[in-house]
Design a binder for this molecule. Structure first.
Ligand SMILES: CC(C)(COP(=O)(O)OP(=O)(O)OC[C@H]1O[C@@H](n2cnc3c(N)ncnc32)[C@H](O)[C@@H]1OP(=O)(O)O)[C@@H](O)C(=O)NCCC(=O)NCCS
Length: 184
């Protein structure tokens, strides 16, 4: 599967992406708000799982490589995963290569993924979770028209202590208004 935006291609991962994907995963910035970095075995396992996602029917997870046109190298990853089938709820996530931060790529990619979730997957709501201090990720959520559902207290082990996490969401009816340029 491929999703296109004006500047990006969101495509399936390939085994040959390992070296360049590993470089992205190795940056301290990429995992600044996580408790641990993945090792090589975990990165390989991620790639394998990402490739097998597409074999599921119906598919409940999309782990896609983000590439910047016209280069095919992985410069980020985005995910969409079914959280709660009974309420058609999907979870979205993102990470961009630190050299590409601040260029609007996370918002551009996530905007396309939200459109895919609501238009093609029949999502009712899409949620995103973030470390409460991850201001860049919080800003991405806000720029997508997502609203804060709540704050989960001390759900994340981080730097030897517990950190809070925020939950943002957007409903299908809100998305329709937002992407049409209206006010929520
Ligand atoms: C979060 C992340 C994906 C944002 O990627 P990005 O491509 O730089 O985001 P965009 O360029 O689309 O920027 C979106 C907004 O965030 C703002 N932003 C970016 N970095 C920021 C920072 N460190 N602090 C505050 N705002 C920031 C941008 O300025 C922009 O807002 P604006 O248009 O009002 O100025 C990127 O920082 C990243 O990969 N972080 C590591 C992985 C991660 O934390 N993933 C999320 C896990 S929940």
């Amino acid at each position: 599967m491929e999703l296109l935006t004006p500047r990006l291609i969101l495509r399936e991962f390939r085994e040959s992406d390992f070296a360049i994907f590993r470089e992205l995963e190795a940056y301290p910035e990429t995992y600044r708000f996580e408790s641990a970095h993945p090792d090589d075995a975990q990165i390989r396992a991620y790639l394998k799982k990402a490739q097998s996602d597409g074999l599921q029917t119906p598919r409940s997870r999309y782990r896609l490589a983000l590439t910047i046109c016209p280069v095919d190298d992985v410069r980020g990853r985005v995910t969409l995963a079914l959280m709660n089938d009974s309420i058609h709820e999907w979870e979205i996530g993102w990470a961009i290569h630190p050299a590409e931060w601040g260029k609007g790529f996370a918002v551009e990619a996530a905007h396309r993924l939200l459109d895919f979730a609501f238009t093609d997957l029949g999502a009712h709501r899409v949620v995103a979770f973030s470390h409460a201090q991850n201001t860049a990720s919080l800003r991405v959520m806000q720029k997508l028209g997502m609203q804060q559902d709540g704050l989960l207290r001390e759900t994340r082990p981080w730097r030897g202590a517990w950190s809070d996490e925020v939950v943002f969401s957007i409903l299908e009816r809100e998305w329709l208004v937002f992407q049409a340029g209206g006010r929520l």
